[in-house]
Design a protein. Structure first.
Length: 133
C-alpha cells in the first residue's frame, strides 16, 4: 500500500512478501511512476505460488489509481514464458498438470494484455476455486 505526495509514491504497507512483489518505477520514461504489483493468485505450496503469477500495473490519473496493464505489454512477455515452461516441462515435482487449466487461463490473459487489451484474472481465480472445491 502506497501513499502519494509531491515527491512521489511512499511505501506504507508491504503485503505477503513471499508471494507478492510491489515496486514503484517509471516503466516508459515519461517521468511518471507506475506501481507494479506482481503476485500469486494461489497461496498453496511454493511451486503453485511461483507458477500461478500475475502482474498488475497502476498509475495515478489525478488522484485516482487506474490499472494500465495494457499500456506495458513488455511486462507480460516474461509471464507468457513462465506459463509456456509450466505447460511443457514434464518433470515437475510435484506434478503441476492439475493446474494446467489455470495456467492456460493466465497465459491467455497475458497474451491478450500483450495485444493491448486490459485484462484481469478474475476468471482464472474462479477456475482455481472451482478446481479446489
Amino acid at each position: 500500500v502506497y501513499s502519494y505526495t509531491d515527491s512521489g509514491f511512499r511505501l506504507i504497507l508491504e503485503l505477503v512478501k513471499d508471494s507478492s512483489l510491489t515496486e514503484v518505477r517509471d516503466l516508459d520514461g515519461d517521468i511518471k511512476e507506475e506501481i507494479v504489483h506482481e503476485y500469486s493468485i494461489a497461496g498453496l505450496g511454493r511451486l503453485e505460488r511461483d507458477l500461478l503469477r500475475w502482474k498488475d500495473i497502476w498509475r495515478l490519473e489525478g488522484e485516482t489509481p487506474v490499472r494500465v496493464n495494457n499500456l506495458f505489454p513488455q511486462e507480460y512477455k516474461s509471464l507468457v514464458n513462465l506459463y509456456n515452461l509450466a505447460l511443457t516441462k514434464k518433470e515437475w515435482i510435484p506434478d503441476v498438470s492439475f493446474y494446467y487449466p489455470i495456467i492456460r487461463c493466465l497465459k491467455e490473459k497475458a497474451e491478450l494484455t500483450i495485444k493491448n487489451n486490459l485484462m484481469d484474472v478474475e476468471s482464472c481465480f474462479n477456475k482455481l476455486e472451482a478446481l479446489l472445491n
